[in-house]
Design a binder for this molecule. Sequence first.
Ligand code: NAP
Length: 285
Amino acid sequence: MSARIIDGKAIAASIRQEMTSEVAQLKENGIVPGLAVVIIGDDPASKVYVGQKEKGCAQIGIYSEKHDLPGDTSEEELLDLIDKLNKDDKINGILVQLPLPKQIDEKRVLYAIDSAKDVDGFHPENIGKMVIGEDTFLPCTPHGIMVLLEHSGIDLKGKEAVVVGRSNIVGKPILLMLLSKSATVTICHSKTVDLNFHTARADVLIAAVGIPEMIKGDMVKDGVVVIDVGVNRLESGKLVGDVEFESVSKKASAITPVPGGVGPMTITMLLKNTIKAAKKQSLTK
Ligand code: NAP
């Protein structure tokens, strides 16, 4: 079997095209969605991600502003900026690029963002709403995975879904989202005994670990659908996922590539959440 490629780049492009028309229509009604992106320090990967987010906004007509703060910014200074952005009517969504420097408590910062402007979906109020299935801002990467599965016509009802990784930003939220679509979900992590036993049962396998190509072809069954969240830079400079594409794609029925799979969807869902925030906030003005 040779796997169908789930083309995240193409799916993201078609969603962004729809969003461009939606933003144009909102603007005709006097609503201009606005996103503030805050970056602290000189982490090269963070700079690339922030650049992609700004580009994504410009592409579909969302107003964006970047707050580029030095690496020695204090927690109080950052909290002051968030307070200003919370009160700024031009800004519907606030994103603080992680990781933060050591002197800043990540939790205090994420909790300080107005939950109505929490387009990353990391505020505990929004996480709580997700758990009980209320409408909220869903975290962007797992939300993007769900949209990829839906666009690819993959029905999750009754399927064995196995997630490798239990981070707050990917593993735990995707568990809830898969469950909400009636999959039977198993979540694995570094203490899981016999990982292969679980991966080999999966109808749908989500790998979010951060170990280059750790999922091999002999760990999966024929026909599995594989979503590779991992982004790992090898010493050679090559970008690879958590899945060994060469061997796994021979057994899978569908698989996401790295790059060009989950990555483009993450930013697309951020833009979607910013539009949603702008629409909701326009109703309360
Ligand atoms: P993370 O916070 O480092 O979590 C990694 C998870 O993998 C942990 O739950 C850990 O288990 C588990 N793990 C580690 N070694 C394992 C092993 N040998 N067997 C089974 N599980 C193991 O990572 P993350 O933030 O979720 O990110 C995961 C990957 O996705 C990274 O490569 C990251 O760059 C990528 N990512 C991509 C996007 C995108 O938009 N494309 C977005 C976010 C993340 P414990 O909990 O027991 O430690």
